[in-house]
Write a protein that binds this ligand. Structure first.
Ligand code: NAD
Length: 364
């Protein structure tokens, strides 16, 4: 990788990290010159949104708790009316990718500055990417205008994330880091960050599965998610993210669980063509005291499948709601709009990958 020419532009996002750092919210809003802030969340986190509004005190203009998965444009329209009625001069989003998506959609249309407090491991807060749905179609744009000004990672806000959701959300983050390792526009810094993200997530997620209140493990997972989000925001993703996007959007499958179940298979598809990436994944997930690839000889896809098993994650796409009759259509969709991938995309091999993932077989 170091022998390849590259161009790298770090993202201009201020990061405030640590337990209890939400107490800094009003100071961070003031730093941006904000006076009338709208706080955004999903319905399930409405109480936390109220808590943040209380922390903002006189700087809070109100809350909007209608954010939902895949950023539907009609919800964005509703929220924009609230922004307008309250004369808001900035937005704060509390939650996972859904609340963040709404915040980015508002920023794109109004130019308002954003502060994000992530409570899952999805990583959207670190990317200039916005996916929106309208009339059942999902479109994805890349635009620096959707980047937040400030991200506050307060690990205490993640303690309520249910163990099963934490596990799949963490594997969603791990997928960003894994694909960053073989991105066509990768670079040595991104590879170091990505490997460290995988190590942090691989060590912390099993601990969180059994002790969701373990603050140290939660901190490690959140820092892994930050690193994973920043590499997701810095380089182009490949087959794995393309398949997850196609399957999730066409068959409305749960986002994080889908990423987790697909990852061993997409890595296996790219294993031979991306040996350095596979070595880094195996080193990060193998026994930490060995400092090298997994001593039991398991390869990267097997180690990821094993981590899924330890986390109790569903491995068969059929159990996530994907109909077997949809596999041909999914293969065709995955081959549309070509994109860079280490192993060339080939219909028969992709169809086989999907069949294995559908039935929950081991990665090839
Ligand atoms: P999510 O934001 O929908 O959160 C899942 C559920 O968990 C929600 O009901 C939420 O209220 C709840 N929740 C979140 N944090 C909680 C907490 N700490 N305690 C209790 N409940 C909590 O799901 P997600 O997986 O974070 O995000 C998925 C969405 O993000 C998808 O729409 C996906 O496309 C998008 N995404 C975008 C990017 C990007 O770069 N644009 C990256 C990753 C994900």
């Amino acid at each position: 990788m170091a022998n390849h020419p590259f161009t790298y532009q770090p993202l201009p996002v201020r990061v405030v990290f640590g337990p209890g750092r939400r107490q800094q919210l009003a100071a961070e809003a003031q730093r941006l010159g904000l006076k009338r802030v709208l706080v955004l969340s999903t319905p399930g986190q409405a109480n936390t949104a109220e808590h943040l509004a209380a922390l903002l005190g006189g700087l809070a203009a109100g809350t909007f708790s209608g954010a939902t998965m895949h950023t539907p444009t009609d919800v964005t329209e509703q929220a924009l009316r609230v922004v307008h009625d309250l004369n808001a001069d900035g937005v704060v989003a509390i939650g996972g990718g859904s609340a963040t998506g709404l915040s980015k959609a508002i920023a794109r249309r109004t130019g308002l500055p954003q502060i994000i407090l992530p409570t899952t491991y999805a990583g959207s807060e670190m990317t200039p990417v916005l996916g929106e749905t309208s009339g059942g179609r999902k479109t994805v744009i890349r635009d620096q205008a959707v980047l937040p000004k400030t991200v506050i990672y307060d690990v205490e806000l993640t303690l309520t994330l249910p163990p099963a959701v934490s596990a799949s959300s963490g594997m969603n983050a791990l997928a960003h880091a894994a694909e960053a390792l073989y991105a066509h526009n990768g670079n040595p810094l991104v590879s170091v960050l990505a490997e460290e993200a995988i190590r942090a997530l691989g060590q912390s997620l099993p601990r969180i599965r059994h002790s969701p209140q373990d603050l140290e493990a939660r901190s490690q997972a959140l820092s892994g998610a930050w690193l994973a989000g920043s590499v997701l925001g810095s380089v182009d993703m490949a087959l794995h993210h393309k398949l997850a996007h196609v399957l999730g959007g066409t068959f409305i499958l749960p986002h994080a669980e889908l990423h987790a179940a697909l990852l061993p298979h997409t890595l296996a598809y790219n294993a031979q063509a991306a040996p350095e990436a596979m070595n880094r994944i195996a080193r990060a997930l193998g026994r930490p005291d060995e400092g090298g690839p997994d001593p039991t000889g398991r390869n990267a896809p097997q180690l990821v499948a094993e981590l899924n098993r330890r986390l109790g994650i569903e491995s068969a796409l059929k159990n996530l709601g994907l109909p077997e009759a949809g596999l041909d259509e999914a293969t065709t969709l995955a081959l549309q709009n070509p994109y860079a991938n280490p192993t060339p995309l080939e219909r028969e091999a992709l169809r086989e990958l999907l069949q294995r993932a559908w039935s929950g077989q081991a990665p090839r």
